[in-house]
Design a protein around this ligand. Structure first.
Ligand SMILES: [Zn+2]
Length: 283
């Protein structure tokens, strides 16, 4: 089983995770820029983070044979902090970089006017830079958040097939499926979407334009839930080809729209556990 996790925050994960992911078949990931938990107070804090998403983290992933790409944005939550707003001016130079395959995570957290502005401005950046957009949907008041997100996406003029709405569930999938946007599902250990529920959704709606991710981050989460979903699909009678479509070809198709997806693996480093100080993180 080859797996492309289209939404995972490896910055928050350990090398144990990289090792287990590689063993489970994860060959590629996309890491969206997001909220780190601790509020950031200045722009430099973001640019150092963005630099690590396009520099250090791909290097770390490469040691485990995993190809790493990033999406860059001012996340919805921190869009509400005026100290963070100037991050928007820094985005264009990152959106030109090779390893950046979309603008994201953008969208809504609490649906404030500040979030409206940042969301619309960043969809405009996606259009200007000819990149897809990765839209986070709020965990609270989700249906209203999805409806409002779809309205902002439509207003922006970005092609719907270049947009994924993530963290969908049984309720919100109905709102998105006929819009032409991609359907993103984050599989969590004990709340929200689970592998068996995901299988039921795939039975009901098919495998087209569906992305399945672990969204693993600094909270309770599991980077192997992509694999668990693939196995649950097989047990439910889906074919290997169906699994490959959902867990590999769909994310390749979606993020491939950036023209920057690089999945050649000849220069990926073999897993290494040698005592090289740089490979250990310089410590
Ligand atoms: Zn995320």
């Amino acid at each position: 089983m080859r797996i492309f996790d289209p939404h995972i925050h490896m910055t928050s994960r350990t090398t144990d995770d990289y090792e287990r992911m590689a063993a489970a078949g994860v060959r590629a990931v996309v890491e969206p820029a997001f909220w780190l938990g601790q509020p950031r107070t200045n722009v430099g804090s973001f640019t150092d983070y963005f630099d690590s998403l396009v520099g250090w983290e791909p290097f770390r992933a490469g040691q485990f044979g995993i190809r790493h790409h990033a999406t860059i944005a001012l996340n919805p939550k921190e869009a509400n902090d005026r100290r963070c707003r100037p991050v928007l001016d820094e985005l264009p130079r990152y959106l030109e970089k090779d390893g950046v395959v979309a603008v994201g995570e953008i969208g809504y957290d609490s649906m404030t006017p500040e979030e409206d502005d940042a969301f619309a401005a960043q969809l405009a950046l996606a259009v200007a830079h000819d990149l897809p957009a990765m839209v986070h949907t709020p965990h609270r008041d989700k249906a209203r958040g999805v409806e409002r997100s779809l309205a902002v996406v439509a207003e922006s003029g970005i092609a719907p097939e270049r947009v994924v709405l993530d963290h969908l569930n049984e309720m919100t999938v109905k709102l998105v499926r006929d819009t032409g946007c991609w359907l993103g599902f984050s599989i969590y250990p004990d709340t929200k979407m689970s592998p068996p529920r995901m299988v039921e959704l795939l039975k009901a709606y098919g495998t087209e334009r569906v992305l399945v991710n672990s969204a693993a981050d600094w909270g309770r989460s599991d980077p192997l839930l992509t694999r668990a979903t693939g196995e649950a699909m097989l047990r439910a009678g889906f074919t290997d080809d169906d699994v490959d479509r959902v867990l590999w070809r769909n994310p390749v198709e979606f993020y491939g729209q950036s023209g920057r997806l690089d999945l050649t693996d000849d220069d990926l480093a073999e897993p290494t556990f040698a005592g090289n100080s740089i490979l250990r993180g310089g410590s």
